[in-house]
Write a protein that binds this ligand. Structure first.
Ligand code: ATP
Ligand code: MG
Length: 230
């Protein structure tokens, strides 16, 4: 008699039945807190002082998960979180696949810019057809930007402190987020070209939106009212 083979499936924890919202700490968390409040949601722990990565809220069926800014789309895309807040910079690099982006939250605003050492003739270098070495964390947006301009570049991927690259000869120019410009100034760099303006968006898991819309829609609506788009 043939034995039925029992195939073990990987054990994942039983799914949380409520709404999970993925956020990064720092400016995204700080700027999202008032929006959550408008939706009646108050975190019971502060991610800056707590080591907990899953934060309960005043609502038993709503929790926050604290992840790296660039990991927020991944959590939402795979449904480990239903909602998330991610910068346009992060979404451009991730590609935005498998996500709804219903709302520009108008928070964590800054610009993606090309910056050079003070005095570097950027326009001249481009006119001469020089092949620029560009250091950045934002390789997708940077590749698209220079391709549209028809400028040949060698991209060097970095994960932090882009400002150091031109100062050490690693690259000619950098592409980085700029808000006040103080970091550039402190490193004797100047912004020479804007690639795009950046703000954070609400992102929604596609399946969760279909299956749990009654639960998610009030939160999305409260966010929309707070940012003035409803
Ligand atoms: P990490 O610091 O963990 O390496 P990160 O730099 O992407 O990752 P944050 O510094 O918390 O994380 O930035 C989160 C988001 O805030 C960014 O994705 C971007 O959208 C926005 N942001 C980043 N830098 C600035 C800035 N200087 N001014 C305003 N918004 C910014
Ligand atoms: Mg940072």
């Amino acid at each position: 008699m043939a034995m039925n083979k029992i195939v073990e499936s990987p054990t994942r924890l039983p799914a949380f039945k409520g709404v999970t919202i993925a956020l990064s700490k720092g400016r995204i968390f700080d700027d999202t807190t008032p929006l959550l409040k408008a939706a009646g949601i108050t975190p019971l722990l502060n991610p800056e002082t707590s080591r907990e990565l899953i934060l309960p809220t005043n609502q038993d069926d709503v929790r926050l998960v604290i992840v790296r800014a660039s990991d927020v789309p991944t959590y939402v895309q795979y449904g480990a979180a239903d909602l998330g807040v991610a910068g346009r910079d992060v979404l451009m690099e991730q590609g935005g696949g498998g996500l709804y982006q219903p709302l520009d939250l108008n928070i964590a605003r800054c610009k993606l810019m090309v910056a050079v050492p003070k005095g570097f003739d950027y326009e001249g270098a481009i006119r001469r057809g020089a092949r620029l070495r560009v250091a950045t964390k934002y390789t997708e947006a940077t590749r698209n930007h220079f391709a549209e301009k028809g400028v040949h570049v060698d991209l060097i991927k970095l994960y932090g402190s882009m400002e150091l690259a031109p100062l050490t000869g690693l690259a000619d120019v950098i592409v980085d987020l700029v808000s006040s410009g103080n970091t550039l100034k402190a490193n004797n760099l100047e912004a020479v070209e804007e690639i795009c303006s950046i703000s954070a968006r609400l992102i929604v898991n596609v399946a969760a939106w279909k299956l749990s819309r009654q639960r998610l829609a009030p939160i999305v609506a409260a966010f929309a009212r707070s940012v003035g788009s409803a």
